[in-house]
Design a protein around this ligand. Structure first.
Ligand code: SF4
Length: 377
């Protein structure tokens, strides 16, 4: 989505002083309940985004209610997408949140088209649908109802405990359509959590959410991500994390090391230089040529994690099988292109939304505008 794609034939009269005047913007608001945040309310022309053909992601469509994210993760690699909106990828990404206020109406129209083939729609692939803005705009209940009513399987990936508000609705939806729920969490040290993901609910609060989902009979796959080399990858920390996630009732778990794509790299390395200068040479070596850690590190982490998963009974999930691959990899530490989805995070019940790899691009239901970058949380 770019501002141009949000164009309306209206005058832009409501920009705050100092804000760029942007075509398509309905208004920008700051409210006392959300100090430090500015919400830019736009009217979206489309809701469903077609995933580009050839993507390894196991879903053909995404829906993103918000752009920018008040969870403020320093390592977030959706940051750069904010530059498409004429904002910067740092403070603006954290505080200037674009809200597609008419999303539910547009989505309902698109889902009602005879050509809609009810394939898997993923939420939370760019920025978090349960970030703080959702407390004000309450878009997700309408999205969930629209997808369930239309018979569309869907999945939600989040770090936001606000999802708890919608548990009854999700339980109802799970009776109508295949549903997947994913939570990501990785940083358990309070100080590190505050430094690197200051707007995210605490890991303990997210564990409580895993429990609440399990109690409601809903699936919940956990991404132990991102694991930070030299910071959170010691055996004791991983063991404690995996044990806590298993005890909370997660249906599956995948471990993913930090990626440092442009847009996230600058911010993360700036933090590292200030907080842990001793680790800078190691990170520069590890991420010198690419955004992903080396195969050696992935193998090392896999070997470290495998016995811990076995110890806590999380080695028997079928994350690989859920993606309909011949050689299911229960879990482990995959590279970005073959990211493993923990059991429960993709729609269960036949997985009608999983696109076979050779099927090519699905038919676009609407003029989707520029494809949105996929950035798993
Ligand atoms: S990693 Fe996810 S939760 Fe964190 S800022 Fe990015 S989109 Fe938000």
């Amino acid at each position: 989505m770019r501002w141009e794609a949000q164009r309306l034939d209206v005058e832009d009269t409501s920009a705050l002083p100092g804000m760029p005047s942007i075509r398509g913007l309905l208004r920008s608001v700051q409210v006392p309940e959300f100090p430090g945040l500015t919400f830019h309310e736009v009217r979206a022309r489309s809701a469903l985004n077609a995933v580009p053909g050839g993507s390894s992601m196991p879903f053909p469509y995404t829906v993103n209610p918000y752009r920018g994210c008040s969870h403020q993760c320093v390592y977030c690699f959706a940051r750069r997408t904010h530059e498409w909106l004429e904002f910067d990828s740092g403070r603006d990404f954290d505080t200037q949140v674009v809200v597609k206020t008419n999303l539910v109406d547009v989505l309902r129209k698109e889902l009602a088209r005879p050509s809609w083939d009810r394939q898997h729609v993923a939420l939370g692939t760019n920025t978090d649908p349960y970030q703080r803005a959702e407390g004000r705009y309450r878009l997700m209940p309408g999205v969930i109802r629209a997808l369930a009513d239309s018979g569309t399987p869907f999945s939600i990936l989040t770090k936001g405990t606000l999802l708890r508000r919608d548990v009854p609705l999700l339980a109802e939806a799970a009776r109508q359509v295949p549903l997947g729920l994913g939570l990501s969490m990785a940083i358990w040290d309070d100080e590190l959590h505050q430094a690197l993901e200051p707007g995210v609910p605490s890991p303990r609060a997210r564990l409580d959410l895993v429990r609440a989902l399990a109690d409601a009979g809903l699936p919940c796959g956990v991404f132990l991500a991102p694991v930070l080399p030299g910071l959170t990858d010691d055996e004791q920390s991983l063991d404690a994390a995996i044990g806590a996630i298993a005890a909370a009732g997660a249906t599956g778990l995948t471990v993913i090391p930090l990626h440092l794509r442009p847009g996230a790299r600058e911010w993360f390395m700036a933090w590292l230089r200030g907080a842990r200068p001793d680790l800078v040479p190691r990170y520069e070596r590890m991420y010198a040529r690419r955004a992903y850690v080396s195969a050696e590190y992935r193998s090392w982490l896999s070997a470290r994690v495998a016995p811990l998963l076995a110890r806590h009974g999380l080695d028997r999930q079928s994350g690989g099988a859920a993606r309909q691959v011949d050689d299911p990899v229960a879990t482990g530490v995959p590279g970005d292109e073959e990211v493993g989805f923990p059991e429960g995070s993709l729609p269960t019940g036949g997985l009608p939304g999983v696109r076979p790899p050779d099927e090519g691009s699905p038919p676009a239901p609407v003029d989707t505008g520029p494809a949105e970058q996929l950035t798993l949380l």
